[in-house]
Design a protein around this ligand. Structure first.
Ligand SMILES: O=C(O)C1=C[C@@H](OP(=O)(O)O)[C@@H](O)[C@H](O)C1
Ligand SMILES: C=C(OP(=O)(O)O)C(=O)O
Length: 441
């Protein structure tokens, strides 16, 4: 959050007149789709990606890979079912321009890919992308042998910049401070199998956020044939090693985005209703799976059935004291529910959210308080003391999760208007329709 944005279109957030009962099919995971695209692009043979998420962040990723020469074609999948992308790797080529938008996955995962390309790859994006941390990836790539020009505008190690790909990268050992974003580690590991010496990434610095996302990177690398040593597999703490080697062409079906399931589960919790999310995976590295525990502690109950995850609210919503460092992207939705609870909440471990799509701690504090709430920022999170809220404009600061947080509050508070609900297109373009569909409108 930098300043109060001008009002763009206002969307009257629907108010729930009673308990919500619905089944909501949530589109595919952003984090899985964008990792799968990168890995398939680096593979030695074509692969399939079924039920990919089609949203701003994933279309930017696909567009960037296409610009570097990768084939990404529309298809129906090898068994004839479902929409799919066929990814056909090729020699990565510059010159090319990559628009990262405000996608952390694109701005962090692609510079290492660009270092493998032959020719210059220029990176640019939304103004906010210039402010988001990137230097950990850029400094590491230089140590690993890449030539990068970040001198044209802005600050060193920040966008916009040009990676002068040399067709190969030496790789080897590197130390980084990834306390501002786990995506620095994921970025180096994802391309690591293609570096001449592979890569050894050692995190030095404060606590590393979003560990499930690093596990997702490791699991997906292993599934496509890479050898990865991790702290969990008997290695040193904070050290990951990827052995050089060819990646296989695979057929992967993308799981629903469990973080984007959050507002719908919250709807059941806040209204005392029941929401079913089909295809909820029994085992997953997605951080959104933690919602089963968190929203249960806040007053709901859930069951994993053949129909999917069935989540039921009890009619009461309780506050929570929780460390969200592993699952930071869930913070806006949890804060929204906490603002409607019957007791105070403390959300901890998420200082790095100040450098997400917007400063999420400042934005949540300001917007909930402008509806009559009582939220204060702490060094690493939020204190939320529920108060009776009233209607008003909920600004979103180009942050998809601010928009969905405002919609949750709107279910319980009449007269909430979301400014720029279209920003949900970053990861969930269907949000307004899914939301009104859930409410039976
Ligand atoms: O690797 C990923 O797919 C992500 C990692 C996390 O980033 P940070 O570690 O920067 O919070 C998360 O917040 C983001 O939404 C997606
Ligand atoms: C932090 C997020 O996104 P990004 O991938 O841009 O970091 C998010 O989706 O909550």
């Amino acid at each position: 959050m930098t300043e109060t944005p001008a009002h763009t279109a206002l969307w009257p957030a629907p108010h729930a007149s009673g308990a919500v009962t619905a089944t909501v099919h949530v589109p595919g995971s952003k984090s899985v789709t964008n990792r799968a695209l990168v890995l398939a692009a680096l593979a030695a043979e074509p692969g399939w990606l079924r039920r990919p998420l089609r949203s701003r962040d994933t279309l930017l990723m696909a567009g960037a890979l296409r610009a570097m020469g990768v084939g990404i074609e529309e298809g129906v999948g090898p068994d004839g079912s479902g929409e799919a992308w066929r990814v056909i790797p090729s020699g990565l080529q510059g010159p090319a321009t990559v628009d990262v938008g405000n996608a952390g996955t694109v701005m962090r995962f692609l510079p290492p890919v660009a270092a493998l390309a032959d020719g210059p790859i220029r990176f640019d994006g939304d103004p906010r992308s210039y402010e988001r941390p990137l230097t950990g990836v850029i400094d590491a790539l230089r140590v690993l042998g890449a030539r990068i020009d970040d001198s044209t505008h802005g600050s060193p190690g920040a966008l916009p910049l040009t990676v002068h790909g040399g067709g190969a990268l030496e790789g080897g050992r590197v130390e980084i401070d990834a306390s501002s974003s786990s995506q620095f580690v994921s970025a180096l590991l994802l391309s690591g199998p293609r570096f001449n010496q592979g890569v050894e990434v050692r995190h030095v610095g404060g606590p590393l956020p979003s560990m499930p996302h690093i596990r997702m990177t490791v699991d997906m690398l292993r599934a496509i044939g890479a050898q990865v040593d991790t702290p969990e597999s008997g290695g040193e703490p904070n050290v990951w090693r990827v052995t050089p080697g060819a990646l296989l062409g695979r057929d992967l079906t993308v799981e629903p985005d469990l973080s984007n399931a959050q507002p719908f589960l919250a709807a059941a919790l806040v209204t005392g209703g029941t929401v079913t999310i089909p295809d909820w995976p029994a085992h997953t590295t997605q951080p959104g799976d933690a919602l089963r525990g968190i929203f249960t502690e806040m007053g709901g109950s859930c069951e994993l059935t053949e129909q999917g995850l069935v989540f039921t609210g009890s009619g009461s919503v309780h506050g929570i004291d929780v460390d969200l460092s592993e699952v930071g992207e869930l913070t806006p939705g949890i804060a929204a529910v906490a603002a409607l609870a019957d007791s105070p909440s403390t959300l901890r471990g998420v200082a790095h959210l100040r450098l997400h799509e917007t400063d999420r701690l400042a934005a949540l504090t300001k917007e909930i308080n402008e509806l009559g709430g009582d939220v204060t920022e702490t060094a690493d999170g939020l204190h939320i003391r529920p108060r009776r809220l009233h209607g008003g404009i909920f600004h979103t600061y180009d942050d998809h999760r601010m928009a969905t947080a405002g919609a949750i509050i709107g279910l319980a508070v009449e007269g909430v208007e979301i400014e720029n609900v279209a920003t949900t297109a970053k990861t969930l373009p269907d949000f307004p329709d899914l939301w009104t569909g859930m409410l039976g409108n």
